[in-house]
Structures are given as C-alpha cells and as structure tokens.
Design a binder for this molecule. Structure first.
Ligand SMILES: *Cc1c(COP(=O)(O)O)cnc(C)c1O
Length: 472
C-alpha cells in the first residue's frame, strides 16, 4: 500500500488497514504440483505459459480476462436469462447499463472484445489508412491491420520507460499526433484509437485533461476518437486519485465524463465488467451503428445478442454497475499495488507507478545479461512457473510479433512479465506467496540462459509459440 492510498483509506474509515468490500460465499480448491511435475509440464507446454493446463497451475496470474469472480447478484442474474433469439430482455438491460455508465447511444453486443474490434475496424478502416493510438494492443492492432490500416504509436515517451514516475503514462503525445496528421493528412486517419488504461504500458492511465485536449485537436481536423474501454473504470480510479479537481468525484461520474469526449467504445467485458465472457461495441454515430449491426449478424449473431447468451448479457449489465463502485475499485487497485509495493521494497525492478490490473516485472533489467532475442520475459515467466507453479505472461518481444513489411522481430523497448490480478479472486496471502516466489527467481537471475523459439504461428504468435532452453 502506498502512503497515498493509506491516506485515502484512513480518511474514509479512520484507520490504516483496509479490506475487500465482500466476503467469500463459495471456494474453488487449488493445489501446487511437485517440482518435477512442473518441469515436465513446462517442457510439454513448449515453455509457453499459455499452453499449460490450468490444473497444473497453482496461482494463476496469466490474465485478468474472464477470470473475475462474479457476485451473488450476477449469479442470480444468470437465472433471469431470457434466451429468446430476438429482443431478449437482457439486451435491453445491458443497453441501459451502457447508456447509464458509459453514455453511448447505440449498443451492439459481441462475444468478447475482439469481436467488437473486428466490427469497428471493418466499419471505419480502409486500405492505406493510418490509425494513431496510445500504444498498440495485440488484438486491436491485428484487426486494424487486417482491415488494411497501419497502427502508429503516439503515446508519450514516458510510457516506454519502466522507471518514469509520470502519473498518467497512458497519455497521448499531442505533438506526435499533430505531426502525424500533418504528414499523412487527416483524410487518411479514420479515428484515434485511445485506450484507458494502457495494458501494454503496464496498466497506465490517461488523464482527463489529456482526453479533453485530444478531443479538441481531433475536432479541429474532423477526426473521430474511439475508446478501448476495456479497463476504463480502472482508469477513472487513477483520475480520482491523481488529477486535480476529481478527488471528490465518484468513479462512475469520472467514467461518464471521460467517455463523453469520445465517439464510441469497444469493450472486453471480461475485464472491468466482471464477467467470464462477453463484449460490446457502443457508438453515438447512427451510420457506424448501422454498419456494425449489418456485420454483427454475419460474424457474431443477431444484433440483440451478438454471440452472448441472454444470461451472460444480464451478468454484464449487473457487473457494469458493480465495477464503478468506489469501494470495490479501491480494493481492486489496492491489491495490485500491495503486490507491486512488496516487490519494489525488495528492489526487484517493476514498472512504476504500479498500474491498474497487474504488476509488470522488468525482465530487461532482471536479466541484463540476456539479449532480447533470447526472450528474457518469456524466460522469466517460465522460471516463475518452475519455482512455484505461478502462471504469468510475457509482454515483450514475443507479444510484439514481426513487422509485416520487413518480416523481422519487432524489438519493443518494454520487455515485461505481467502478473495479472483477477478481480475478487485471490487474497492478500496469495499476494505474499507470489511476491516471495518472484524474489526467489530474482535471486537466481544470474543462472538464466534464455530460450529459443522452435514453433512460430503467423498471427498473435505469443498465444501458441513454442520454445526450448537456449542451447548455443
Ligand atoms: C483483452 C483486451 C482486448 C480484447 O478483448 P477480448 O475480450 O480478449 O477479445 C482489447 N483491448 C484490451 C486493452 C484488452 O486488454
């Protein structure tokens, strides 16, 4: 816990400690398999944590995607599923929740976030288009490229420096964006692809001042702004905590204001919205909504379910309301920060400030002796699993993929391992166990030799690539 969060808690409750604003009603047993079994499982998985069976995992920090614990209200909502093919009542609940909390007019449900990315990319991007954004995200960029566009990163430089303490490392660099618009012309830019928080930068937020200024700049050139709202409620927490004038504004109001500066959003409901599956696209422009509705019937399902069951839409609708409760969000981000601060106190290199959904280990600094094409972050994730059955994820050279023009690896500045915290799933004791495991692996860092890739898929290679220990 940082000083600041302590103070926030202290003011509210008049004491130092804080606890989750829920109690546990049902448990799912987990166990750690033995060291020899872990070594065998890792080899079998090609040293890729995505390829491990979850039965062989002890504490699963692979992702916060679809791994949330639903509330009793959400589970009760499942029983209210209206599984009519058309016009399910749960669709209308979801539409109302999105209008209330995000403020957009038209809602098109999808099976998950990438379904919505597909729709918006195909609706707005034409071959030769350029899409500026505050750092790429894997599936977002893949859909933009498949629609014939090219993504250009216009995030501030601080985002690429794991040690820079900037409070809003997700901000768009408006000078970079202006230069890009002047260079390629506004008519080749269908929209700015804005994400809050920025996953690949370490869960770093965008400030309200930045989105306001971005809106003004884009209005001058007639360019739209579309939001990746996947973790926008978490972004709102950071605005409340760090931005002048928002300390007393509820997260719900901050979220709504932020969205008001954008033309629409795509959403992976598997993150902020506290469900195991689901997504949506929401826009204010009727033409864009119509194009998306035309396409959703081809790729997802009818426009009133878009690949989700009625019960799932109900769970999303309820989850949206829960996700913007101030107490919930404080505990959520407080838990991530608790883990991050433990590691930082032991001088283990982590991305600072600690972001919203995960703690990111700086594999480049931990394995200073390994060149990037020996996959330091992939190696670190493998070592962590070997040590204690904890599953994490590479966010470095493997995730960055290859440049479609040259065919070479992209060499991102950030070479990270993500310890992603599922929402409402693990306790503080689990965080202690994770911190101690990271410390054990860190203490043995000099012995790491790296990996070599032996199978490489063409799209989103990090999901299915296979490796073996470096033998050179
Ligand atoms: C997960 C994610 C997506 C894609 O959503 P899925 O539900 O996994 O398809 C898009 N953007 C960001 C920032 C994400 O984290």
């Amino acid at each position: 816990m940082t000083q600041q969060l302590h103070q926030t808690m202290g003011q509210q409750y008049g004491r130092r400690s804080w606890a989750e604003p829920w109690k546990i009603k049902m448990v799912e047993p987990i166990r750690m398999i033995g060291g020899a079994q872990r070594a065998a499982a890792l080899e079998e998985a090609g040293y890729n944590t995505f390829l491990l069976p979850s039965e062989d995992v002890y504490i699963d920090l692979l992702t916060d995607s679809g791994t949330s614990a639903m509330s009793d209200r959400q589970w009760a909502g499942l029983m209210l599923g209206d599984e009519s093919y058309a016009g399910s009542r749960n669709f209308y609940h979801l539409e109302e929740a999105v209008r209330t909390y995000y403020g957009y007019t038209y809602l098109i449900p999808t099976h998950q976030g990438r379904g919505a990315e597909h729709l918006i990319s195909q609706a707005l991007i034409r071959p030769g288009h350029v899409i500026p954004g505050n750092m790429y995200f894997t599936t977002t960029r893949a859909h933009q490229e498949m629609a014939g566009g090219a993504f250009v990163d216009v995030i501030i430089d601080a985002a690429h420096d794991p040690a820079d303490p900037h409070p809003f490392k997700g901000n768009v660099d408006l000078d970079k964006l202006t230069a890009l618009i002047e260079r390629v012309g506004a008519d080749r830019i269908p929209y700015v692809s804005l994400a809050g928080t920025v996953n690949m930068a370490g869960g770093q937020p965008v400030s309200m001042a930045n989105v306001k200024a971005l809106r003004e700049l884009c209005d001058r050139y007639g360019i739209a702004v579309y939001l990746d709202a996947t973790r926008m409620a978490e972004n709102a927490f950071f605005i409340q905590e760090r931005e002048e004038g928002y300390a007393d504004t509820p997260i719900a109001a901050i979220l709504r204001e932020f969205c008001s500066y954008t033309d629409g959003a795509w959403m992976s409901a598997k993150k902020d919205n506290l469900v195991n599956i689901g997504g949506w696209l929401a826009v204010n422009d009727e033409d864009v909504a119509e194009q998306a509705r035309n396409m959703v019937v081809v790729y997802e399902g009818l426009h009133t379910y878009g690949g989700m069951a009625g019960r799932d839409m109900e769970a999303v609708a309820i989850g949206i309301g829960e996700s913007v409760e101030d107490d919930y969000m404080r505990a959520r981000i407080g838990q991530v920060r608790y883990l991050g601060d433990l590691l930082a106190d032991w001088d283990i290199p982590v991305v600072r400030p600690i972001g919203g959904h995960a703690v990111f280990l700086d594999a480049r600094r931990i394995y200073e002796h390994l060149p990037q094409d020996r996959f330091p972050a992939q190696t670190l994730a493998a070592q962590l699993y070997l040590d204690s059955g904890i599953r994490s994820m590479e966010r470095g050279i493997v995730s960055a993929g290859r440049d479609p023009e040259t065919g070479d690896h992209r060499y991102p500045k950030l070479e990270l391992v993500r310890l992603t915290i599922p929402r409402r799933v693990y306790t503080q004791a689990h965080m202690d166990v994770v911190a101690e495991a990271v410390k054990a692996v860190y203490d043995q860092r000099a012995e790491a030799r790296g990996l070599e890739m032996i199978y490489e898929p063409r799209q989103l290679r990090f999901f299915q690539a296979r490796f073996r220990p470096f033998s050179g």
